[in-house]
Design a protein around this ligand. Structure first.
Ligand code: SAM
Length: 143
């Protein structure tokens, strides 16, 4: 996880003892591949993009997205994803957002709200459970 600003809500999560103990979930690419393989999910369709979102997503070779799944926890990380990838989500495609119910310790929900407000996105948000929500990109979206 990137280090968030000290005075941000994300710093609460970043400073959790369990997260520090887990080295902020840092893991090498080989471990990620092995975990995909363990579940029979490692094939040529899977592309790994190592690096921070702000560095990788502007150039990532993805033209059209059907399902955009966010589980990055932090405000700026969520903005990096939405700014770069939401315009590539096809009308009728889905956004699934994790950590919606954890808005006291991380900024993912607030970033989604701010992005939607900035771009006038009014597609209805549906709850999956206490933690997650989703919406379907409107067929007439111009974002
Ligand atoms: C809660 S974990 C979830 C990972 C995965 N969805 C899972 O369930 O195993 C959050 C992940 O977001 C990644 N992340 C958050 N901000 C990032 C950023 N700015 N650039 C790259 N990765 C980021 C971290 O590396 C971390 O693995």
């Amino acid at each position: 996880m990137p280090k968030p600003p000290e005075d941000s809500i994300d710093a609460r999560l970043y400073n959790f003892p369990q997260l520090i103990e887990a080295n902020h979930w840092a893991v090498d690419l080989e471990t990620v591949k092995t975990n995909f393989q363990r579940y029979g999910l490692l094939d040529k369709q899977v592309q790994f993009v190592p690096g921070w979102f702000a560095d990788t997503l502007p150039q990532v070779p993805i033209e059209r997205i059907a399902v955009l799944r966010l589980d990055d926890d932090y405000y700026q990380s969520t903005m990096d994803i939405l700014n770069n990838l939401y315009p590539r989500l096809m009308p009728g495609g889905y956004v699934i957002v994790d950590d919606w119910g954890l808005d006291q310790i991380c900024g993912e929900k607030q970033a989604v709200i701010d992005y939607r407000n900035t771009h006038g996105i009014v597609d209805e948000i549906f709850e999956v459970d206490w933690q997650s929500v989703y919406w379907r990109k409107g067929l007439d979206s111009d974002v």
